[in-house]
Design a protein. Structure first.
Lengths: 196, 105
């Protein structure tokens, strides 16, 4: 973890922020997270090798997230993946991905500073997110392992469901303070809509 | 609200997740074309009351461009299809004719 990373994280004003008591869900800013962006042919064997080397998972299917021992792989678009790993693993992961993608038309970048990750836990996460995202978040439409990019509280986000009551939301770092404030307000106890 | 299914990622997108790209299947007239052709390419749009082919971009999602066929009166969506074609595919035309028997295109 470099000093540069720590400085950028602190600059958002949300580093380590926890929203818990008096709220429907627990929201925690996940802190420094290694994020590697991969672009290229997702069906290629080189891409599969790169994803496995970094996260230990297969290439996620369309609109899916794969969680492995070393990290998560998220489907972002037909030619783009986002890999999330421990911050100390970002540099080594990037090198491993670049090595696996040697010689093919593809790109691997360390995007750790680009976005902030929020971890949302609780049975009412879908209820809270549905207040601001135009996505069908019902269990049958958004089962565990689903990933989706959309907008939440007016800004671009990525959200995915890692477990029944375990979700992650990412947004660009410059907007993280707004999203944290939005999540805090949208999850205040007593503000249940009761739709789900 | 208009809801389009992005053919690139399969997500059902609310209109707010999309960026409109105007009329689809325009033929470009660039250098070497006449003034009338260039004016038509640049300014003249169909603006029909009924079936319309449009370009959209899944801006808040996968980021890809695609085409949509819909009705401007009822907001009925006949289908969405890849951006890599210069005219509507047959299955889209069939879907439109099934719903709008008198439609001439």
């Amino acid at each position: 973890m470099s000093e540069q990373h720590a400085g950028v994280s602190a600059a958002t004003g949300v580093a380590g922020r926890v929203i818990d008591r008096g709220h429907l869900v627990r929201v925690e800013e996940a802190g420094l997270t290694g994020m590697i962006g991969l672009r290229g042919d997702l069906s290629s064997s080189q891409m599969a090798k790169a994803v496995r080397a970094v996260t230990g998972t297969d290439v996620p299917g369309v609109l899916r997230v794969e969680a492995g021992k070393k990290g998560r792989a998220v489907w972002m678009s037909p030619d783009e993946l986002l890999l999330l790993v421990a911050p100390a693993e970002a540099t080594a992961g990037l090198a491993a991905a670049e090595a696996a993608l040697e010689g093919v038309h593809a790109m691997a970048l360390d995007l750790s500073d680009a976005r902030v990750v929020f971890r949302l836990k609780g049975g009412a996460v879908a209820e809270v997110l549905a207040k601001g995202a135009p996505v069908d978040l019902r269990e049958q439409a958004f089962p565990v392992g689903t990933a989706r990019r959309t907008h939440l509280g007016g800004i671009a986000v990525g959200l995915w469901r890692l477990g029944d009551e375990d979700w992650e939301v990412v947004c660009f770092r410059s907007l993280a303070h707004h999203l944290a404030d939005w999540l805090e307000q949208a999850s205040v106890s007593g503000s249940e809509v009761g739709h789900f | 609200m208009l809801i389009l299914t992005c053919p690139c990622c399969g997500a059902e997108c609310a209109e707010t997740e999309l960026a409109p790209g105007g009329e689809a299947h325009l033929k470009r007239f660039g250098p070497g074309s006449g003034d009338d052709e260039f004016t038509g390419y640049l300014f003249e749009r169909k603006n029909p009351k009924g079936v319309h082919f449009e370009r959209w971009r899944h801006a808040f999602g996968c980021g890809k461009w695609f085409h949509a066929a819909r009705c401007t009166v009822t907001l009925e969506v006949f289908g969405t299809y890849t951006a890599q074609v210069s005219e509507p595919p047959q299955d889209i035309l069939d879907a439109i004719r099934a719903r709008r028997p008198g439609w001439e295109g």
